[in-house]
Design a protein around this ligand. Structure first.
Ligand SMILES: [Mn+2]
Length: 335
């Protein structure tokens, strides 16, 4: 097995996989590309990277997403390709990036379930494992890392636009190379993307330095009402719907708050809990080091990675808060 921080060859991406990916793509009349609900930089960057690559090959394609991209991703090349509604067209190949469960395609899942050929490119821990060709590496810090190798090997080459989309995916999923998942290999991949024409400072400017005032005020409110366990190793904020209304904030503005909570020195596990649509509650979890919040999320019906995961709970906000805090306590105790 490959060393996590190594730069050796990736056993996951075999020449046969690259060949099939290219053959299926070239042979398709029209490809539909999909990614997950509440898309992040890796979801949108990966989807647009694949779309631009297909266009370079001359293959017609559409990109479908249940939600619009967050505003900090609007700088991406070809972001206007993302459609919320499926066009009335026939597709003969689907490429789904950055998700393992087709439910997470939201309203587009039937479009993808009915396809005769489906390719999955992903780095999440598999639990549903859909797809006829699965290019999955759970050790990759971002789906965009896998796509950097895949599209590079697939030819005809990474354009500056493709490279900038993929670099955005790597930057956002590694916290700009600060999270434990940032490997030497991901830095090599980022370097290749920069050589291909991606602009790292433009990406980081849009991702980290162009927040709306509502987002920063929501962060302030969250930190103001921070709660923690006795020793402070677990900290969380529960954000009520009224707070969003008062500040003019939307759910998108919640992104990143949990990382700020985790940045407190004695905090090992952090969460943000808020209300979702239709009476559900949503939790974002983050952890440091060996504390495994993917296991916490999976036990509560969610998913993610060891240090970053999410859950949706069909219960009132206060009950969800208690449930998540209890699960975090168990995680702390068992690690
Ligand atoms: Mn990802």
């Amino acid at each position: 097995m490959r060393q996590v921080s190594g730069v050796g060859p990736i056993p996951t991406l075999t020449p046969d996989m690259v060949d099939r990916f290219v053959d299926w793509s070239r042979g398709a009349e029209r490809v539909v590309i999909g990614t997950h609900l509440n898309p992040d930089g890796d979801a949108i960057g990966s989807a647009l990277g694949v779309s631009l690559w297909l266009s370079a090959l001359g293959v017609a394609n559409d990109v479908l997403c249940h939600h619009s991209p967050p505003s900090y991703l609007e700088f991406l090349p070809a972001v206007d390709r993302i459609r919320l509604e499926s066009p009335d067209k026939e597709f003969d190949l689907g490429i789904v990036v950055d998700l393992d469960s087709l439910d997470r395609l939201g309203r587009h899942q039937d479009t993808f379930r009915s396809l005769s050929r489906l390719i999955i490119v992903d780095h999440h821990v598999p639990h549903e494992s859909p797809g006829d060709l699965r290019i999955v590496d759970t050790r990759a810090p971002a789906t965009a890392c896998i796509l950097t190798d895949l599209l590079d090997q697939a030819g005809p080459g990474l354009t500056p636009e493709i490279a900038e989309c993929l670099l955005t995916g790597i930057v956002t999923d590694t916290g700009c190379f600060r999270y434990p998942n940032a490997t030497a290999e991901s830095l090599h991949q980022a370097a290749r993307l920069i050589e291909a024409g991606a602009n790292l400072s433009r990406v980081t400017h849009h991702v980290y330095s162009s927040r709306s005032e509502a987002a920063v005020r929501l962060l302030g409110a969250a930190l103001n009402q921070l709660q923690h366990t006795e020793q402070g190793a677990i900290a969380w904020a529960t954000l009520k719907p009224e707070l969003y209304l008062t500040l003019g904030a939307t759910d998108e503005h919640t992104e990143g708050i949990v990382n700020e909570i985790l940045s407190i020195d004695r905090v090992k596990i952090a969460a943000v809990v808020r209300a979702g649509a239709n009476g559900v509650a949503k939790g974002s979890l983050r952890s440091k080091g060996e504390y495994d919040v993917a296991a916490v999320a999976q036990r509560l019906g969610g998913g993610g990675h060891r240090n970053a995961s999410g859950v949706t709970l069909d219960m009132p906000l206060e009950e969800a808060e208690r449930t998540i805090v209890e699960a975090m306590r168990e995680c702390l105790g068992s690690s």
